[in-house]
Design a protein around this ligand. Structure first.
Ligand SMILES: [Zn+2]
Length: 131
């Protein structure tokens, strides 16, 4: 995909550079796009639309922040980039997990097992809901 690696540029009638057919353009419009989200996305459409310029016209979907383990020692939030129509972002395909841990002390094996089981359940759920 040759056009995806090029930086998008706004259409400017004064632009002396001829179009090559592989150019990517930024189109400004007053009509908000219909954004297609995966089933697990909890980001609202207003937030998606507000972030379009920060993500070069793409969308970053985020799921709920969930605690893991009996002491909630870890949190997880799924996220994925896509184009506005829900198709895969060729520069960043797949669903990712933002996994953070509270504190820096050790955890017990029982707690680690609980975290692993909950994490596996979340990953299975995400895998089922992703094409
Ligand atoms: Zn979304």
């Amino acid at each position: 995909m040759t056009g995806a690696s090029q930086k998008p540029r706004a259409i400017d009638h004064r632009d002396p550079e001829p179009a090559t057919g592989n150019d990517t353009y930024i189109v400004r419009t007053r009509i908000p796009p219909d954004i297609v989200c995966p089933s697990w996305c909890t980001t609202g459409p207003r937030q998606h639309i507000g972030e379009l310029s920060a993500h070069d016209g793409g969308v970053v979907h985020r799921g709920d922040l969930r605690s893991l383990g009996p002491s909630s020692c870890m949190t997880i939030r799924p996220f994925a980039a896509s184009l506005v129509d829900g198709s895969v972002d060729p520069d960043d395909p797949g669903v990712h997990l933002d996994l953070t841990r509270d504190g820096d002390g050790p955890i017990t094996l029982d707690e680690a097992m609980a975290v692993a089981e909950e994490l596996a359940a979340i990953v299975r759920q995400l895998t089922k809901s992703c094409p």
